[in-house]
Design a protein. Structure first.
Length: 503
């Protein structure tokens, strides 16, 4: 899809459709919507009077222009209550609008930038949110279907009459596009079935990201992983015929030692539970147990495309978790890269085992701040549902920044406790730690386990078990993979860079 900004009156746009908007409880539309209404002999106002359109968020009214305007269709989208208006409403409204117009067969769409006028929000951020909502909302995954969605929006034009806003809009469009396409890229990896996204396939994907952007790329195999002393990672991998990969993707955009972010992502390409096998019902969703890994690869891609002047290293331990004659057993003791021994009580708590070694490796790579992303626990889904990602950490400031970055992205995050009393639950009788802490506070004890491998590094852990896949479509989020928290990670990198520059 081509996206551009044009200095033009919305009334003179000649493409397939134009989008204007309406806040809730507005009886007489003003601005561009008012001008449009006048050109259409009051059709919009009449629809409001009839109660056909109230301006509620997501609401749409399609008006055919019958020659009264150069465009054949005008779509009015509701923006909700003006006093509640946020950038996330811009994402939602633009997604609803573009999905509607795709169905209606429009190929070129002109739109006003929601929120940048009477909405009173920052014009650049509005343009960014509009583009994000559009690209995220129009996402489909139909590569394995013979019958594909034929209808496609080919062009989106942001129309503006004030030349002073064009620069900000252009910047916003560029950033929105990079962020949303990165999120869709992560969605693609998560939606792929496990037979098409093995650890080696995932490494190949990372290599293809690295090449055009000139990123450092490595994919270590079983022998190298063993040589590094990653016994916890290898223990999980030993049940599978697919050899594991430790994927490392590095972007160096700034002076070394200034700000070096480490992003660690769980890369279980299929989680059957291993010998502690999961029930059959819903097990297919475990093809998405590499969503954390997909997110960190996509985030580095976007950060490199934005040319942020910082360093970022993404580390993805990638393996399947399967039962077999060579699989690890409950009761086995493994040793992680930092020397700590772990009693494996439940082979289905495999994420924390592979992350233990990957976190040690992130520190060894010199990352000064580490964020890990993992579909780690069902307990987090019980606690926060599919609305908020759980956040844990050992550095309140970094945690605050991550939450803020998520808020800006419309990817909601909630802080969780890390009291030392929880440590009691993961003490083992026979090893330094055990990999499960019982049913109580399961998401927290998983995070406490990870803390043993970050030691004194500044660190945040994001549990995306509930937020990485959606059961139903909702505005800019289709059913399936969400791409959470790609945009959060990129915003975080931006926030931390601004902070480092200021200090
Ligand atoms: N991948 C799962 C967690 C998960 C659950 C992700 C639901 C997405 C949706 C993880 O490896 C797992 O199986 N965790 C166990 C841990 C338990 C054995 C301590 C869980 O949460 O049940
Ligand atoms: Zn598991
Ligand atoms: Zn898992």
């Amino acid at each position: 899809m081509e996206i551009r900004v044009e200095l033009k009156d919305i009334l003179s746009y000649e493409g397939g459709a134009v989008v204007v908007n309406l806040f809730e409880e507005v009886e007489k539309p003003g601005g561009a919507t008012g001008a449009m209404d006048k050109a259409l002999d009051g059709a919009i106002q009449k629809a409001i009077a009839r109660g056909e359109l109230k301006g509620k968020l997501g609401e749409r009214l399609l008006v055919h222009t019958f020659g009264k305007l150069p465009t054949p269709m005008v779509l009015v989208v509701g923006l909700g209550k003006q006093e509640q208006f946020t950038l996330d409403y811009v994402r939602s409204a633009s997604a609803e609008a573009l999905k509607h117009l795709r169905k209606a067969g429009a190929k070129q769409v002109g739109t006003i930038v929601h929120g940048a006028g009477i909405g009173g929000l920052d014009p650049e951020q509005c343009a960014q949110a509009l583009v994000e909502g559009t690209i995220l909302g129009l996402y489909t995954f139909d590569k394995y279907k013979k019958e594909k969605e034929e209808k496609e929006i080919q062009e989106l034009v942001l129309l503006e009459r004030d030349p002073g806003k064009l620069g900000a809009f252009t910047e916003g469009v560029a950033r929105g596009r990079i962020l949303a396409e990165a999120a869709n890229f992560a969605r693609d990896l998560v939606n792929e079935p496990a037979n098409r996204m093995t650890p080696a396939d995932m490494a190949e994907v990372a290599r293809k990201v690295a090449e055009p952007l000139g990123l450092a790329y490595q994919a270590l195999g079983p022998d190298e992983i063993k040589a590094l002393g990653m016994g916890a990672f290898l223990g999980v991998a030993q049940g599978s015929q697919q050899p594991p990969r430790l994927i490392v993707l590095g972007y160096r955009g700034g002076e070394e030692n200034r700000l070096h972010l480490g992003f660690v992502g769980k890369g279980i390409t299929f989680d059957s539970g291993g010998i502690s096998i999961k029930p059959a019902e819903g097990m297919e969703a475990m093809k998405g147990d590499m969503a954390g890994g997909a997110a960190v690869i996509a985030a580095v891609k976007a950060i490199a495309e934005l040319r942020l002047p910082i360093s970022v290293t993404a580390i993805v331990p990638a393996t399947e978790n399967l039962p077999s004659g060579t699989a690890q057993r409950p009761g086995d003791i493994v040793q992680a890269m930092n020397g700590k021994t772990i009693e494996v009580i439940n082979t289905d708590a495999e994420g924390r085992l592979i992350l233990a070694d990957a976190l040690c490796y992130a520190r060894k790579q010199g990352a000064s701040k580490i964020v890990d992303v993992a579909t780690l626990t069902g307990a987090c889904v019980v606690a926060l549902g599919s609305i908020r990602t759980g956040a844990f950490g050992n550095d309140q400031h970094l945690l605050d920044q991550v939450i803020k970055a998520g808020e800006e992205a419309g990817e909601k995050i909630w802080p969780m406790p890390m009291d030392e009393e929880y440590d009691e639950q993961i003490k083992s009788d026979v090893a330094d730690l055990k990999n499960v802490g019982g049913r109580k506070g399961g998401a927290i004890t998983a995070a406490k386990f990870l803390a043993h491998f970050v030691e004194d590094a500044s660190w945040v852990h994001l549990d995306i078990a509930g937020t990485s896949q959606a059961d139903a479509e909702k505005s800019y989020q289709p059913k399936g993979a969400t791409g959470v928290p790609v945009r959060t990670l990129v915003n975080l990198a931006t926030l931390l860079w601004r902070e480092a520059r200021a200090s």
